[in-house]
Ligand binder design. Sequence first.
Ligand code: F6P
Length: 360
Amino acid sequence: MEKKRIGILTSGGDCPGLNAVIRGVVRAADNLDWEVVGFIDGFEGLLQPGDYRILDRHSTAHIMPQGGTILGTTNKGHFISKIAGGDKIGVAPETVENARDILQKLRIEGLILIGGDGSLTTGQQLFEAGFPIIGVPKTIDNDLEATAMTFGFDSAVACVADALDRLHTTGNSHKRVMVLEVMGRHAGWIALYGGLAGDANVILIPEIPFSYDKLTDFINERERDGYKSSLVVVAEGAKPMGGAQSVRTSAVAGEYKLGGMGEQVAAEIAARTGKETRCTVLGHLQRGGTPTTLDRILGTRFGVKAVQLIHEGRFGTMVSYLNYQVTGVPIAEAVHKLRVVNPSHQMVETARAVDVCFAD
Ligand code: F6P
């Protein structure tokens, strides 16, 4: 008898831990005697004639430490359902029907979609069109409301902390101000956690607009106090009070690209304090490389739960980490709700208590 089949795809920006999810899905499915079909390059693999490969224990052995995704991904293409600013556009009806044909032809009884807010929005549209979708939340930004944590975040934070440790020693040797721009369009979680772990002196996040006067007063005061250097972490989406985010390229489909705020902050510090200042943009280093142990475990738990949700027929559900348990929540409740940093969050208070300046 032919085995039942589960489909899986990775969509949107990659992050460490995607392969841990894939491996978890394959093993949990195999234990239920299901076969797993991996679609290539996200939803694009659902286009006619279908781009996929069968995944089994052997082809997914030892993939957990690998960054990226063995299936490939894209944040462009035929299945974009949101454009910049969060406006919905929806996937074209003929594309939806083509994808339905592929799933039927391949006998897919449940489709696991690993993606962020945009991809899950597409997933919800497909679920409403009758597709058997299960969502797995993914983003290094950790900014989805319906889950306390997404995998990839911890690895990104570890990357930021490592970069700050390195900048600290060179900054001290040269008595410089070292600025580090990190990812975080709308939410400053990476800057906040990474900055705290890496002993940053200043953390600038989108949720707390900053004042250049306060920033440079703080840096001058540190110098008077005898500190040789200062570390400033800038989320790419941070903005000065009364100012705007620094946009690198405007969006056509998908989100506009941010970038340049680190350089702006560094230039302003140098001009106002006269101190030698350098800027490093950490960029996609935060998205690459091997996942931390936490992300490997969270990814594995998410993969196993996704298979259980298919087994229970709970389509239209997204796995979620809440109160130390992996559970399921409706995708519809999970999308379009970004979890940003509340300026009175305990993490902000903790950072302030150890002398971190937010320049507000
Ligand atoms: O949403 C995740 C994220 O890493 C953002 O923090 C960042 O702005 C964006 O992706 C970068 O996307 P791309 O890989 O398309 O440059």
